[in-house]
Design a protein. Structure first.
Ligand code: PEP
Ligand code: MG
Length: 311
């Protein structure tokens, strides 16, 4: 009956045998939650904050940010809200930063790197998140994008804690970070894998280049391999490792990710019912078997086919 209920599209994220996989939402502002049924949703796994910074000549001040975060947090009476600090750069240029043109913007000053020269932007944002977090019963976590080294991760977590934010993590978007995930987990509380960027940097394929879709495919075994390493590091340390890129929205890939050891999947509200239903159709042992099959292949199409013929 429980299995039928889950397959019917209700309940928290679970495999057929009850192994929990938190299903969470990716949002870009409070407006994205309008009309969304939040029952059985574990919270927000990725709150992109760029919307506050777009189309302006000055950064939003503390008060404006507090108001925007408070509005979004108010929609949750429980659960976790993972707020990502400003991710500006190549694919998200922000005029107020006045960053110089770069020949390779995807490899330039983006994400957390902006804080090297403009630490006050990060400080104001962390302070605003901390103030808004005090006003909600939900658990507010904070994470940084585009982190490459453990030192960057540790520095970010230290800054977050300075502002009273107890749970600080980083996105895994750079292969260097994925390879060192276990050591990152000594200095941060959780990891969230941004597969959109992690594919771009792992396969060396511009995420905006439509002609390279085959390389950017989240089924690429190299990407799955890195995800598996991060998940294993999470398991060994007892810390949370989630996926918040587009990969998490693919219902066929969800059991593979669960089988690799991922315990949180964050996606657009639209994608969530199919992912929930797919997880509910597989036991954890099924998921592990599918993950092993996918890892034994050599390209994305082969990985997908291997999983399709196993299910
Ligand atoms: C990602 O890179 O997978 C991610 C979730 O972040 P964004 O798409 O905002 O770069
Ligand atoms: Mg990203």
């Amino acid at each position: 009956a429980e299995r039928a209920r889950l397959a019917g599209g209700k309940g928290p994220g679970r495999t057929a045998d009850g192994h929990p996989v938190d299903l969470m939402l990716n949002i870009g502002s409070a407006a994205d939650l309008a009309g969304v049924d939040l029952t059985d949703v574990a919270g927000v796994g990725l709150f992109r904050t760029e919307f506050l910074f777009l189309d302006r000549h000055d950064a939003p001040d503390l008060e404006e940010q507090v108001a925007a975060y408070t509005e979004a947090f108010a929609l949750f009476e429980r659960g976790t809200i993972v707020v990502r600090t400003l991710d500006a750069g190549a694919d998200k240029p922000l005029p107020f930063l006045g960053l110089p043109d770069e020949p390779n913007p995807a490899l330039g000053v983006r994400g957390l790197r902006v804080a090297r020269d403009r630490p006050e932007i990060l400080a104001t944002q962390l302070e605003a998140i901390a103030i808004a977090a005090e006003r909600t019963p939900a658990d507010v976590w904070v994470m940084a994008p585009m982190v490459s080294t453990r030192a960057e991760a540790g520095e970010f977590a230290a800054r977050a804690r300075d502002h009273g934010l107890a749970t600080a993590g980083v996105m895994i978007e750079v292969p260097a970070a994925a390879l060192r995930a276990a050591r990152f987990l000594n200095v941060v509380d959780f990891l969230s894998i941004g597969t959109n960027d992690l594919s771009q940097y792992t396969l060396a394929a511009d995420r905006q280049a439509g002609g390279l879709a085959d390389l950017l495919d989240p089924w690429q075994p190299a990407l799955l391999d890195l995800i598996g390493r991060c998940a294993a590091a999470g398991k060994a340390s007892g810390r949370s490792v989630g996926v918040c890129g587009e990969a998490a929205a693919d219902p066929l890939l969800a059991p593979v990710l669960a089988g690799l050891g991922i315990t949180k999947l964050s996606m657009s509200p639209r994608a969530l019912p199919a992912v929930r239903a797919s997880l509910a159709e597989h036991t954890l042992a099924d998921c592990e078997r599918l993950a092993a099959r996918a890892l034994e292949t050599d390209d994305a199409a082969e990985a997908r086919a291997a999983v399709l013929t196993t299910t």
